[in-house]
Design a protein around this ligand. Structure first.
Ligand code: UDP
Ligand code: MG
Length: 143
């Protein structure tokens, strides 16, 4: 059980001016922000990130959406980070997400669902590496 996960504030979150509000929800829940940046994904980079979904019918639209504007990857720390963060963001489909979760509060649809959270410790480590180099993490926060 790792204490680290990767969040992405997706392009709809940035467009709607919700960066501050969503980060406040995250830190109020006990997570610490340990690295953060704004990036505009290319199709290649978004395709690599979501490689696991490349055969799914929604893949093309997912890549369009994720490259439609800047997004904000964030490395978060808390005990049992992956599981606790998935609880905080809620189900993929906001209509099925529990009350009070970030997706229930802010998301429009199963595609435009505001935020990403890693689904396992192994994927968290890979996904953090997608956005932050080891050198960068060491320089930013000594890890
Ligand atoms: N997605 C979609 N249609 C679907 C399922 C997923 O557009 O039927 C998008 C949505 O933005 C989701 C992302 O693809 O967050 C990755 O899907 P996954 O099943 O991994 O959901 P998550 O782990 O983000 O809850
Ligand atoms: Mg997923």
């Amino acid at each position: 059980m790792s204490n680290r996960t990767l969040a992405i504030l997706k392009p709809d979150c940035v467009r709607k001016g919700l960066i501050g509000e969503v980060i406040t929800k995250i830190t109020d829940d006990g997570f610490k922000v340990t690295a953060l940046k704004m990036v505009k994904l290319t199709k290649d980079s978004a395709g690599g990130f979501y490689e696991i979904h490349k055969e799914r019918p929604f893949f093309g639209e997912l890549i369009e959406y994720m490259t439609s504007g800047p997004c904000v990857p964030i490395v978060l720390e808390r005990e049992n980070a992956v599981e606790n963060f998935r609880k905080l963001i809620g189900a993929t489909d906001p209509q099925k997400a529990d009350e009070g979760t970030i997706r229930k509060l802010y998301a429009e649809s199963i595609q435009e669902n505001i935020i990403h959270g890693s689904d396992s410790d192994e994927n968290a480590a890979k996904e953090i590496g997608h956005f932050f180099s080891r050198k960068e993490l060491l320089e930013i926060n000594g890890f």
